[in-house]
Design a protein around this ligand. Structure first.
Ligand SMILES: Cc1cc2nc3c(=O)[nH]c(=O)nc-3n(C[C@H](O)[C@H](O)[C@H](O)COP(=O)(O)OP(=O)(O)OC[C@H]3O[C@@H](n4cnc5c(N)ncnc54)[C@H](O)[C@@H]3O)c2cc1C
Length: 395
């Protein structure tokens, strides 16, 4: 959606295909990072964006056993907003759509599921989609696969995937939030268990981290035992774990970490999770996907207005975004293997590794993880020109 917005703003005729009829799906990550807020500022949309309901997170903390450590202090990041905004992703996407519709070259087709990539003479020339009106072909000088970590486009295009793997899966649920509850967002861990809580106004979005593939075993123990696990780990939730009536109130998200060896082929480019599925660690996947979109628009918008981008143009996008992808996945893998794996081992007595203890003794250092999470490696800036000024808002 971000790429669609930026290309349409730069005068490129663009059609976004979305397989669902709306963006209302729980839960798909609701973090809008300082670097994304900075892009909103560069686009002149920040003030309006911040009028939409959201919460602002300035510190990221974690607790192992009884020890609580602030891992990141976002109040010093080098951007206009020194916080991370928590906003349902459907509100963010709807915001982008509303503004993209200001541009006559923006087209959005909902309920259009891409099923095939259409090739002619070794070049991708568009896609075939399943729509309410039947199968439909969409021709394009460039097809961008931004269809997430189970990308149909990358599969259809036969691009080689490098699996990095993850030792965990995540169970998502909501529990109500009450006056007097602590903090805004934090993680609790103890031998074999880990719960991350994100304050979302009237409720906590809860992520219960489990060893990969162990969801069935957990379900067999029954919902009562699961409620007890949560209450033991985070005692202030004991008075409301009954809100989890049965397993229908708990959804499983399987974690995947991978990346494509090559993000492109003639006529086609993959970005976001389709090019590199991200672990939920640090909650940086949305940010990275948006940064990819900005880099793609910066590199390709002018070309797309005049001609069909060549393979070497597409290669420039991968070259630009490979370093931040590799570096972020390296950090995520290190945290997965050195901390999460240890915490999920029931026989261990987990504690913070020594570098984390430094964060407690020297709070100044909390700015480093905050910068990695909040801004990321190689932040992008909007370099494309707006072709349309002061257009009346579309109905
Ligand atoms: C458990 C879990 C929790 C996470 N939490 C966070 C978090 O808090 N913060 C964060 O930044 N990241 C988080 N992430 C990562 C984040 O969700 C992704 O990195 C990010 O959403 C990637 O954006 P994207 O646009 O590439 O793909 P997506 O957000 O997956 O969007 C892909 C879109 O394409 C549509 N689509 C799919 N297939 C087709 C098709 N065939 N035809 C048409 N449309 C199609 C989908 O409906 C969807 O709208 C989390 C990941 C996991 C697994």
């Amino acid at each position: 959606m971000m790429l669609g917005f930026l290309l349409a703003r730069a005068g490129v005729d663009v059609c976004v295909l979305e397989k669902h009829g709306d963006f209302l799906r729980d839960f798909r990550g609701d973090t809008i990072h300082p670097s994304t807020l900075e892009l909103m500022y560069e686009l002149g949309l920040l003030d309006e964006f911040l009028k939409r309901p959201h919460q602002e997170l300035r510190q990221i903390a974690a607790q192992i056993g009884n020890e609580m450590i602030v891992l990141g202090d976002l109040t010093h990041v080098p951007t206009h907003c020194k916080f991370l905004a928590l906003m349902p992703q459907w509100d963010f996407l709807n915001f982008l759509v509303e503004h993209a519709r200001d541009f006559p070259t923006f087209h959005l087709k909902m309920n259009a599921e891409v099923t095939e990539v259409v090739e002619e003479n070794g070049r991708v020339v568009g896609v075939r989609a399943k729509t309410a009106e039947g199968p439909q072909d969409v021709a394009a000088s460039l097809t961008v696969g931004a269809d997430g970590r189970h990308s149909t486009v990358r599969k259809q295009a036969g691009l080689e995937v490098i699996e990095i793997g993850s030792p965990m899966d995540v169970l998502w649920m909501r529990l109500s939030r009450k006056p007097g509850d602590p903090g805004q967002s934090f993680g609790h861990a103890d031998a074999g268990k880990m719960l991350v809580l994100i304050g979302r106004g009237e409720y906590w979005q809860c992520a219960f981290v489990i060893p990969k593939g162990s969801a069935d075993e957990l379900r067999q123990r029954g919902i009562a035992a699961f409620r007890e696990d949560i209450a033991r780990l985070t005692p202030f939730l004991r008075d409301r774990v009954d809100e989890l009536h049965d397993w229908n109130d708990v959804s499983l998200l399987t974690v995947k970490v991978d990346r494509l060896a090559r993000w492109y082929k003639p006529g086609l480019l993959c970005i976001g999770d389709a090019a590199h599925a991200m672990s939920p660690i640090g909650g940086v996947g949305i940010n990275l996907a948006i940064q990819d979109a900005v880099a793609t628009a910066n590199i390709l918008a002018e070309k797309l207005r005049r001609e069909i981008p060549s393979e070497s143009d597409l290669e420039k996008v991968q070259q630009r975004r490979m370093f931040p992808t590799r570096a972020t996945q390296w950090v995520q893998t290190a945290v997965q293997n050195r901390i999460i794996k240890r915490v999920l081992d029931e026989s261990s007595r987990p504690s913070f590794p020594w570098p984390f203890k430094l964060l407690k003794d020297w709070p100044y250092l909390q700015r480093i993880p905050a910068r990695i999470i909040g801004v990321g490696f190689r932040p992008e800036h909007v370099r494309t020109q707006a072709r349309y000024q002061n257009l009346p808002r579309a109905a």
